[in-house]
Design a protein around this ligand. Structure first.
Ligand code: NI
Length: 156
């Protein structure tokens, strides 16, 4: 495993629409392991492949709840319910935070690294993280959705 460079702000790779994964290969599994290591090293709760410069539809999430670490391939939101406004940040935008409206709960369908189809029913922070990371796969960044930016003293 290795920590990969996190792409920031105006890097064009963040704006590409990522390609669907057709085959779960050993290099793809290795990429996912690197993404996990990179996310934990940066103390993030989620990371999408474009953030490490790879335009493939892969996300990793760990919001430190009972769902544990999620490694998802070709994730899709199949339904969403309710609206909730809360503060978000992104590892590609250090020091920036803002209020974003998201669906309060979502159902996401994806493949696991083992090639199994799973459906995840999520609410709260996990639902928010899923929507944020899936946005990355379509070249959509949280700053596009911010209703109000929050002053932040956080430095990186
Ligand atoms: Ni992000």
């Amino acid at each position: 495993m290795a920590i990969r460079l996190i792409r920031k702000t105006k890097d064009p790779v963040l704006r590409q629409v990522s390609r669907e994964v057709k085959e779960i290969s050993p290099p793809l599994i290795a990429l996912m392991e690197d993404m996990v290591e990179t996310m934990y090293a940066a103390e993030g709760v989620g990371l999408a492949a474009p953030q490490v410069g790879i335009n493939k539809r892969i996300i990793v999430i760990d919001v430190q709840d009972e769902n544990g670490l999620l490694k998802l391939i070709n994730p899709e939101i199949v339904s969403g319910e309710g609206k909730e406004c809360s503060v978000e940040g992104c590892l590609s935008f250090p020091g920036i935070a803002g209020e974003v409206e998201r669906d309060e709960s979502v159902t996401v369908r994806a493949l696991t690294p083992e090639g199994k189809t799973v459906e995840i029913c999520a609410s709260g922070l996990l639902a928010r993280a899923l929507q944020h990371e899936i946005d990355h796969l379509d070249g959509i960044l949280f700053v596009d959705r911010v209703i109000r930016f929050i002053e932040s003293d956080e430095k990186e």
